[in-house]
Design a binder for this molecule. Sequence first.
Ligand code: AR6
Length: 231
Amino acid sequence: SSVDESINITPSIDNVNKEVKEEEDLPMYSSVPAVSTLAFPSISTSDFQFNLEKASDIIVEEVEKFLKNVENVRLVLVDLTHRSKILNLVKAKASQANIDSKKFFTFVGDITQLYTQGGLCCNVIANAANWRLKPGGGGVNAAIFKAAGPALETATEERAASLNPGSSLVVPLPLSSPLYEKEGVTHVIHILGPNMNPNRPNFLNNDYSKGCNVLRKAYSSLFEDFASIAQ
Ligand code: AR6
């Protein structure tokens, strides 16, 4: 049957949407993922200037740890271009570590348009936030707040006024948010990563011993939050 085929599909990104479209019970263009899926950007590696080799090691280690203990979830590292260094480093290291590519893969696209532009269904997305949990500031934070509309700002404010480095905050999206309506995103998880940029708050002044600990904490907190939504 088509359902059996969808389970056995080779884990290629091109097949991700087929998985759902072939599910008989779901409408043809459903943006509800067959498997609870978290899409996340590489935390701290752009505006916060975190070392890419170190960050890629941490991502792969934390993903590996997380996937050992859970079933029926997928994690997707997203970046805007095929030239993304972090995406290519993580891809190579994940393959070296023999991580199941059905459960973890990289994807090129805008995290706010994964379904409509990329055909990838993700019910949860992560945001590389700032400590004030405010819109703007460029990067993925500006993109997510813009795409989600004022509903995300309000829902975020209701839950917290600020975030410490290494921590995360789950925000359920109201149905009225365009990100929910169009993309099928039910939750945004804000994360504050370590900052290596001297022009931003909480600058770690090249202290990578602390920086790596904070980044590890950020990813494990993100994945735990995601697991609590996925259950
Ligand atoms: N879709 C997918 N990935 C993206 C998108 C997008 N629309 N936009 C950027 N990326 P950054 P940080 C990738 O700088 O380093 C903000 O101003 C980008 O290529 O957004 O944690 C906040 O307010 C990179 O791989 O986050 C904070 O102050 C990754 O997302 C500060 O920047 C993260 O890049 C956080 O800096």
